[in-house]
Write a protein of this length. Structure first.
Length: 144
């Protein structure tokens, strides 16, 4: 059974959307409550490499894409998670699975204001230490 089939079979109904844009680029969506167990499965069980995560503010929510690579075939699996609470955006940290995620979570916390529950060291990474609390450079500004 290939990686694609294993993801579909093992995650089953946790996957709310699946798209294959080409033979090596796969996108799927899961609920934020499933992030930790899904990442653990992708990394520990399937041996996919965590490449990076990217976050952005959308009109009604925040979106985080967690990008995983299956280096044997060159396939990239991008797992999409939506955070609907724009006033208090938070999601579980995945940094205890692989510490390399600490920095990108810090960046998203700092620039978008997404709280990563369980993160060991949420502090400024790019902005100065006296940056105004509650101001996030990558958030949309509301027009008066």
């Amino acid at each position: 059974m290939n990686i694609r089939e294993r993801i579909k079979e093992d995650l089953g109904s946790k996957i709310t959307y699946w798209q294959e844009t080409n033979s090596r680029r796969i996108y799927f969506t899961i609920d934020k409550k499933d992030i930790f167990k899904t990442v653990e499965f992708m990394f520990r069980k399937l041996g996919l490499r965590f490449a990076i995560a990217s976050g952005m503010e959308m009109a009604t929510d925040f979106e985080i894409l967690y990008h995983f690579s299956y280096d044997k075939t060159g396939e990239i699996y991008s797992m999409r998670v939506l955070i609907e609470d724009k006033k208090n955006p938070e999601i579980d940290s995945i940094s205890s699975i692989f510490p390399g995620a600490e920095w990108i979570e810090r960046e998203m916390w700092e620039l978008l204001g997404i709280n990563f529950k369980g993160h060991p060291n949420l502090k400024h990474l790019l902005l100065c230490e006296d940056w105004p609390e509650g101001e996030y450079p990558l958030r949309h500004k509301n027009e008066p």
